[in-house]
Design a protein around this ligand. Structure first.
Ligand code: SF4
Length: 365
């Protein structure tokens, strides 16, 4: 997982597992009341409903990072995944504490780039092409990569602001090293008019990342070869099938989807963008949505007057995010009531300092 320190890892005891849903619900509400204003629960859109319903604020990783930066709550319980809790710890003040109710909730995409390999790639690309390279890390990344961007004139981005981050970077330099999600980088850069032939993919297991050095020199963006498993379940074939069945359907895809899916969609954007588009659409409109199951299921329930479909014949789930259950939240809150700081996510000061530089650049975009 990540290098952010996980302090006092603890899991719910068997005794709690015997409680009924109603008992768990009652005890969570009781703990929330006791913790009152000292507590802020954040819920990501991909979270299960059984946990999401307790969130004081919901959003995508960008929206939640901005809320975490503003809150004065002492305890921030992050119902998301590990990198989100790390980001919250970086941008909150000393004295505020961030908790991840199940410390196992990681992100497979974030795990696809590690600092050693990124530093090797950076050195080679810089030696090959000169100094005007800018690193950008997607927020779905290990905190050390955010610190790397802070130290090397780079920036963090989310799926909401990847375009602004790329514009910012290309104003400062000639070429971007974008990690860990190749699809967000490729889909966004292509929309900005960068042709595919000016993009290269970096495979850290191959010499020169699997490229001819001249091709790297000509490139505008070097894409790390990471991807989100969840968003690879969608296919252009299924988009074609939906279009044939429902000729007036609107297809909307998250930028973590592959290039073919993104190209065949009518719209592309972050989860916040997807929700806004569907919410603001007319009654009776049809939507094929390429993102995680819990968000799409929630939209189906929220807007029964619209027809909403997955971009596959099932809804793919972010299993790590889903590993936070109602019982984990209960265990977390009752421990906080007892002043037991379990499952705290805390980033070392020396890493935090540089990661904050790259995050603040993003928040200033
Ligand atoms: S949906 Fe993909 S990118 Fe998002 S948290 Fe899950 S594994 Fe990571």
């Amino acid at each position: 997982m990540s290098t952010g320190m996980n302090i006092n890892i603890a899991h719910p005891p068997d005794l709690l597992k015997k409680l009924s849903r109603a008992e768990i619900d009652h005890r969570i509400i009781e703990a929330e009341e006791k913790l009152s204003d000292s507590l802020l629960i954040l819920g990501h859109h991909y979270q299960r409903d059984e946990v999401f319903k307790y969130a004081d604020a919901t959003g995508d990783s960008f929206a939640l990072a901005k809320i975490a930066a503003k809150t004065s709550a002492e305890f921030i319980v992050f119902c998301g995944v590990h990198f989100m809790a790390e980001t919250a710890d970086i941008i909150t003040l000393t004295g505020q504490k961030v908790f991840l109710p199940n410390i196992e909730a990681g992100c497979s995409l974030a795990d696809m780039a590690d600092i050693k390999k990124v530093e090797e790639a950076w050195q080679e690309i810089s030696a090959n092409t000169g100094d005007r390279n800018i690193p950008i890390t997607y927020i779905n990344s290990n905190v050390e990569l955010k610190a790397f961007c802070g130290r090397n004139g780079g920036i963090v981005c989310t799926s909401s602001n990847a375009r602004s981050a790329l514009e910012w970077a290309w104003r400062k330099g000639d070429r971007v090293l974008f990690f860990p999600d190749q699809h967000l980088g490729r889909n966004t850069a292509y929309k900005m008019g960068i042709p595919l032939k000016r993009m290269v993919m970096w495979n850290p297991e191959q010499p020169h990342g699997g490229n001819l050095p001249e091709k790297i020199s000509r490139s505008k963006i070097v894409l790390w070869n990471g991807y989100c498993d969840v968003h690879q379940h969608f296919s252009k074939e299924y988009v074609d099938y939906l279009r044939e069945k429902y000729p007036d359907i609107n297809i909307i895809a998250h930028p973590e989807c592959n290039f073919e899916v993104a190209q065949s969609a009518d719209y592309m954007g972050s989860t916040e963008y997807i929700i806004k588009k569907v919410r603001e659409s007319a009654r009776g409109t049809k939507w094929g949505i390429g993102t995680e199951k819990h968000l799409v299921n929630r939209l189906q329930k929220q807007f029964p007057e619209k027809e909403i479909y997955f971009l596959q014949d099932y809804g793919p789930e972010c299993e790590t995010m889903s590993s936070i259950r109602q019982i984990h939240l209960l265990f977390q809150l009752e421990n906080l009531v007892e002043c037991n700081m379990i499952n705290q996510v805390s980033v070392e000061d020396k890493i935090k300092k540089y990661a904050l530089i790259a995050i603040n650049r993003m928040l200033d975009l």
